[in-house]
Each structure stands twice: as C-alpha cells, then as structure tokens.
Design a protein around this ligand. Structure first.
Ligand code: GTP
Ligand code: MG
Length: 263
C-alpha cells in the first residue's frame, strides 16, 4: 500500500486541482493507497471541501480544531502512517499548495522499493529546478540548503528543505520506536521539522537518495504560511542541539548507528 500524507492549512484554492492529480498518479500504479490529510485548524472551506471529496477519494482526515503548526501536524501524520502501514508499504509526504506535482510519486515509490529508506524530490538533482520562484527567494533557499549541507551533511542528499519525500514504512516505524515523541521534537519552530526528520533518520542509519524534481511555484494559489524568521531560528537551535558535545543528538545516537551498521 502507498500512504499519501498531506499537511493542510487553508488550502481550499489548491485542493480541487491537487486531489485529482494524486488519484491519476496512484490509479496508474494499480496499488492500494490511502490519503491522510491533516486539516490544521483551517478557517477557510478546507474541511467542507475534504468531507465532500472523501466521497470520491480514499481520504482519512485528521482534524485539529485550532492551528497547531506544521510540526504537530507532521507528528500526527507520521504516527498515523506508522500505525496504518505494514512492512513493504511506502509513505509519501507532499505539500498541498499544488507546487508538488503528484506525477513524481511512481518514481519515488520505485526508488524506495529498490532499497532506499528515504527518497527526496530534489530541485538540486540533475534535471531538477523551480518555476515561478523569485530570484530573492531562490537565493535564500540555496543559502539555506548550503547551510544544511555544511552542518548536517547526508550522503547523496542535495535537497534538505523540500518536504516532498518518500519513506520506507519500516524506517518511520523504527524512528518512532527509537525517538518516541521526540522524532519531531522542534514543534513550535515553524518548518524546522522538515529538516529535523531528515537528520533524525540519518542518525538511525537510514539510506538516502534523490530524484530530480521541478517545484511548480508558478501554480501556487494559497498564500505562503512559511514564517522565515521562526524557521531560521529553528535551524540555529537544531544546529546547537545536533552538535552539542555533551549529550547532543549526534553524540547520543553514536552507539545506535554503529550497532545498527554491525548487524
Ligand atoms: N498542518 C499544517 N500545515 C501547514 C501549516 N502551515 C502550512 N502548512 C502546509 O504545509 C505545506 C507547506 O506550506 P507552504 O505555505 O506552501 O510553505 P513552503 O512550501 O515552505 O513555502 P511557500 O510555498 O513559499 O509558501 C502546505 O501544504 C501547507 O498547507 C500549519 O500551520 N499546519
Ligand atoms: Mg509551498
């Protein structure tokens, strides 16, 4: 089975375009799938839209009455997926602002099934890119990714900040077993959780790969919810927590990854 995870906050303008494209991509694969969407206290028509869409699409809705942020929504989505999946399943998480085209799903699934634990849709892989992104934003995004590459370097990874990824169900189950509620620890720090998941998976010895991907920012309909000041603060907090010599994440997980490699 393939589990599609969608975090949604005020996405009434994007869902009508995105949902049929997810169905088209998945129907073409001939495999059972489920769409799990976290409506995080939206104050537009997202909830009504999802309820009516659940007649045509296999949707499970996790509803937060108040907006709890991307970190808490990701925790709920990944914990749900971990419970609902079994060995051999693939979990795909994408944004629902219609900038992440579902047509990449089959390729991501194929690479996960080929033996990788995490496959990232990457703007920086050969053939990747972005459409409709301003020069300023592209510069900030490149700078952020370079920062992440320097401080959290992961083999075979060039794209650290895009949330469009596929995960082997087993690696998510293992991460939740190892970290418990701390798999996504930095919940109040904007979109830092997207980077945190990668880093936490690296620390348990996950194998990573990328596919090339074009971010379709030219299709974005909803307003941006990314608060760059909070997320940047989150990246700095995470850098300290990761590298802290006395009990930081890297030091505390050293034994775990060497034991896993030996097995
Ligand atoms: N559950 C939840 N999802 C959110 C929240 N804020 C944003 N999202 C979702 O997270 C995804 C990414 O949000 P975006 O606003 O597109 O952020 P971004 O992709 O980093 O940057 P832009 O595309 O420039 O806005 C979208 O699917 C949003 O609906 C939130 O507070 N809670
Ligand atoms: Mg977006």
């Amino acid at each position: 089975m393939i589990l599609i995870l969608l975090p949604a906050y005020n996405e009434e303008d994007s869902l009508p375009s995105l949902m049929p494209k997810i169905k088209l991509a998945l129907d073409g694969m001939g495999e059972a799938y489920k769409i799990i969407i976290c409506n995080d206290g939206s104050n537009d028509r997202t909830q009504q839209m999802l309820e009516s869409m659940s007649r045509d699409f296999p949707i499970e809705i996790i509803r937060h009455k108040i907006n709890r942020g991307l970190g808490e929504s990701s925790r709920d989505l990944f914990e749900f997926a971990s419970e609902a999946s079994k060995v051999g399943d693939v979990i795909i998480r994408l944004d629902c602002d219609d900038t992440h085209e579902p047509e990449y799903i089959p390729k991501i699934v194929e690479k996960v099934r080929g033996g990788l634990d995490v496959v990232i849709a990457s703007r920086f892989a050969e053939g990747g890119g972005q459409l409709g992104v301003s020069g300023y934003r592209a510069f900030i995004s490149l700078g952020a990714n370079l920062f992440m590459k320097v401080f959290f370097s992961i083999s075979n990874v060039k794209e650290y900040s895009c949330g469009y990824r596929g995960y082997k169900a087993e690696i998510i189950k293992e991460a939740i077993e190892v970290y418990g509620n701390d798999f996504i620890q930095l919940k109040g720090l904007g979109f830092t959780c997207t980077l945190e998941k990668l880093v936490k998976l690296k620390l348990i010895g996950a194998k990573f790969g990328e596919i090339s991907f074009i971010l379709r920012y030219n299709q974005k309909q909803s307003i941006s919810k990314m608060v760059s000041s909070v997320t940047t603060l989150g990246y700095f907090v995470m850098t300290i927590l990761f590298h802290w010599p006395w009990g930081g994440w890297r030091v505390s997980m050293r034994n775990y990854s060497s034991k896993r490699c030996a097995e």
